[in-house]
Write a protein that binds this ligand. Structure first.
Ligand SMILES: *Cc1c(COP(=O)(O)O)cnc(C)c1O
Length: 389
């Protein structure tokens, strides 16, 4: 089959419309493209939505995580606990501040960070933990905060998948010391690229804001109109992590549509759960009763003992039937850098390794039609039946 084959249902497509186009047009016409009023507006909207005191708009979720670790004072010699089952960014930022990531395994049921393994890995140098709300399912935050509280460990949440998620009626973004959201193109709310750092610590927010733009205290747009609008002071060697208004304005539109987009995600998930209920080779994801799941991803698991083919071949068969599929994630500890640097074996994190071999993420996004989801269901049933053991 040719590599250029167009998929019948692609893995992901952002939900953008004429409102976003119009908003971008307005920013272009305004003549103020970079960080300004629209970024501030998005900060206020996100803070109100998740219930945090401070929100700092940045250029990516990765930048938000990096700034949070720095604001938490994590530096060389420190250890930061990170699940192996996550994206590269979660552990890379630990290296960026000169610290060492300590991987932990995942819970079998939800594939979120395993609190018991976290407790086992806490040492004298542990300064922070980064729970990842995998696929949009919140981690066991009570257990994680309990362990962190006992050992004076900061909780910095990777909520790239979790806008909006809730844990025991509290929004993700209002629970830990800081929370990083991502507005990357595939995420539930997108600005193309972008992110938000949420925290109740005023000092963390002030520092993150300063470091996000060259380490300069008061910024250009805040000084506009002042007699000394030209003046600036460098307080520290900062980064270029600001979110431009050109992108922030897309987020302001998206946040108004978020409720409807989430409703559509939930409807699509219900259809999948119903359609796959009798399909033995496929295990569907669960949402624990105490959480509101953001359903960023629909991560199904294959019962390989019921099939004559591997997960990789299953994905290939779906692709040949026009269905795009992802794998979230290849655990970090089996990637070359981490194997070479820390000498990990695949089975060092047995749950992450075993589950990795049978996970696949099916298409799930608000702009999917009923026919799209029916096509996914049909293809999954077809491959499952054809290769049933
Ligand atoms: C997308 C993602 C990130 C990084 O977000 P960016 O905005 O792309 O920097 C971090 N962690 C996880 C789990 C992600 O899926």
């Amino acid at each position: 089959m040719a590599a250029t084959t167009r998929l019948r249902v692609g893995f992901c497509r952002p939900s953008l419309g004429s409102e976003e186009l119009e908003a971008v047009g307005e920013v272009l016409s305004s003549g103020w493209l970079t960080t300004g009023a629209k970024a501030s507006e998005l900060e206020a909207e996100v803070a109100a939505l998740v219930g945090c005191r401070h929100a700092v708009a940045v250029s990516s979720g990765t930048a938000a995580l990096h700034l949070a670790l720095e604001a938490a004072g994590v530096s060389s010699g420190d250890e930061v606990v990170v699940p192996s089952m996550t994206f590269a960014a979660t552990a890379a930022v630990v290296h960026h501040v000169g610290a060492r990531p300590i991987f932990v395994d995942t819970e079998r049921e939800t594939l979120t960070l395993d609190p018991e393994d976290f407790a086992r890995k806490v040492g004298n140098s542990t300064r922070a933990v980064i729970p990842v709300h995998y696929a949009g399912h919140p981690c066991d935050m009570d257990a994680i905060r309990h362990i962190a509280g006992q050992a004076d460990i900061r909780v910095i949440e990777d909520a790239a998948h979790a806008l909006p998620s809730r844990y025991r009626s509290r929004s993700i973004g209002s629970i830990g010391d800081a929370t990083a959201f991502s507005f990357y193109a595939t995420k539930n709310l997108t600005t193309g690229e972008g992110g938000m750092l949420c925290t109740d610590h005023e000092r963390w927010a002030t520092q993150a804001r300063m470091m996000s733009l060259h380490g300069i205290g008061r910024r250009t747009w805040e000084r506009e109109g002042d007699d000394d609008a030209w003046a600036y002071e460098v307080e520290a060697p900062g980064y270029k992590y600001n979110l431009p208004d050109l992108l922030a304005t897309i987020g302001v539109v998206q946040i108004r549509k978020l409720h409807a987009m989430q409703e559509r995600r939930r409807a699509l998930v219900s259809r999948y759960l119903e359609a796959f209920a009798g399909l033995e080779p496929l295990e569907c994801p669960v949402a624990r009763p105490e959480v509101d799941h953001a359903w960023h991803l629909f991560v199904a698991r294959l019962r390989l003992e019921c099939l004559t083919i591997s997960r990789d071949r299953f994905i290939k068969e779906l692709k040949e039937r026009g269905i795009g599929v992802g794998v979230h994630f290849i655990p970090l500890h089996v990637h070359r850098y981490y194997r070479d640097t820390y000498g990990y074996q695949a089975t060092d994190f047995p749950v992450a390794w075993e589950e990795y071999q049978r996970i696949l993420s099916l298409p799930l996004y608000p702009s999917m039609s009923d026919q799209d989801s029916a096509a996914v269901v049909e293809a999954v049933w077809d491959v499952s039946s054809r290769f049933k053991r």
